[in-house]
Ligand binder design. Structure first.
Ligand SMILES: [Zn+2]
Length: 268
C-alpha cells in the first residue's frame, strides 16, 4: 500500500524521513452544504485529493486532514458543521507547532474551503512563522488556480461563488461518483454595488459577511451561488492539473527555502 499519510507511518520512519526532508502537506477543508448536486465533504475532499496528487509526485508526507471549517452562513442547510474562527486558528496553530517541534520546517497548508477559511488560517500561519521561524504557506484553489480559472470559466462576472461552475467541474473530474449533475441549478447572486464576492471580478469592493438568514434568502432552495450548469469534466481536468502543477512547483521551491528554526516547545 502506498503510504502518503502521516498516520500510516511509524515514528522511526518519520525520524528517518526528517533526516532527509522537512516538508509536510497539511490539508484543511470543511463539512458544509454544497447545493443539491455536490456532497457536504466537498472542500475537504478537494484539499485531500490535491494533497495526495502533489505528495505522490514530490514524495512528500500528508498530515491527517481537517474536515471542519468556518461555515456560519451554511448552517442554513442541514448537515453543515461549523467551528468558530478562533478554534480553527487554534487547531492549525497547534497542529503546525507539533510538526515543527519534531523538525518539519516547511509546511504547505491547502485550504479546500476556498476563501472563507482563509482569515483564521492566515492568522495561525503568521503567528507560527513569527514564533518558530518555520516556512509556512497557504495554497487556496481560488488564488493558486487564478490564471487557469479565468481562462476556463464561462460564468458571468459575479458567478463564481459557491458550488458553482469551477467547484462543480473540479469535483466532476476528481470524484465523479459524488456529483449528481442533473440536480445542479443556476442561482446568480443579486447585483449590488461594492458587494462582490467573486474573486475573479476586477472591481472596487467591500467585504460584507452574509448572515445565516440573508444567505438562506439569496440561495434558497438550492444553497448554490453561481452557475453549476456550466460545469464540465474537461474544465475540472484543466483546473486540477494546473493546481497540482503549481503545488508541485511550490513544494520544490519550499525545499529550497532557507529556514532557521527558533527553539520550539510543544503546546501544553
Ligand atoms: Zn466549497
Amino acid at each position: 500500500m502506498e503510504k502518503l499519510y502521516l498516520y500510516q507511518w511509524t515514528w522511526p520512519e518519520i525520524k528517518a524521513y526528517l533526516k532527509k526532508d522537512s516538508v509536510m502537506i497539511v490539508p484543511f477543508g470543511s463539512t458544509e452544504q454544497h447545493g443539491l448536486h455536490l456532497p457536504l465533504g466537498n472542500d475537504a475532499l478537494v484539499a485531500i485529493r490535491l494533497a495526495e496528487d502533489a505528495a505522490r509526485i514530490t514524495k512528500t508526507i500528508v498530515a491527517p486532514p481537517c474536515w471542519y471549517g468556518w461555515s456560519p452562513h451554511h448552517m442554513a442547510y442541514p448537515g453543515t458543521i461549523s467551528i468558530t474562527p478562533e478554534t480553527l486558528t487554534r487547531v492549525l496553530y497547534e497542529v503546525l507547532r507539533s510538526l515543527i517541534y519534531h523538525g518539519f520546517k516547511r509546511l504547505i497548508v491547502i485550504n479546500g474551503h476556498r476563501m472563507a477559511n482563509l482569515p483564521p488560517l492566515q492568522i495561525a500561519a503568521n503567528r507560527i512563522r513569527n514564533e518558530t521561524g518555520a516556512y509556512v504557506t497557504i495554497a487556496d484553489p481560488f488564488y493558486l488556480g487564478d490564471t487557469v480559472s479565468r481562462k476556463i470559466k464561462e460564468s458571468p462576472p459575479g458567478g463564481v461563488g459557491h458550488a458553482e461552475e469551477l467547484e462543480t467541474s473540479h469535483m466532476m473530474h476528481i470524484y465523479p461518483e459524488l456529483v449528481n449533475i442533473k440536480k445542479a441549478v443556476k442561482n446568480l447572486p443579486p447585483k449590488k454595488k461594492f458587494h462582490v464576492s467573486d474573486p475573479y471580478v476586477i472591481t472596487d469592493r467591500t467585504f460584507t459577511p452574509s448572515s445565516l438568514e440573508s444567505f438562506r434568502k439569496i440561495t434558497e432552495p438550492s444553497g448554490v451561488t453561481g452557475d453549476p450548469t456550466l460545469a464540465t469534466v474537461e474544465k475540472g481536468k484543466k483546473l486540477h492539473k494546473a493546481l497540482v502543477d503549481n503545488l508541485v512547483e511550490l513544494i520544490k521551491l519550499a525545499r529550497k527555502e532557507k529556514v532557521v528554526l527558533k527553539p520550539v516547545t510543544p503546546c501544553f
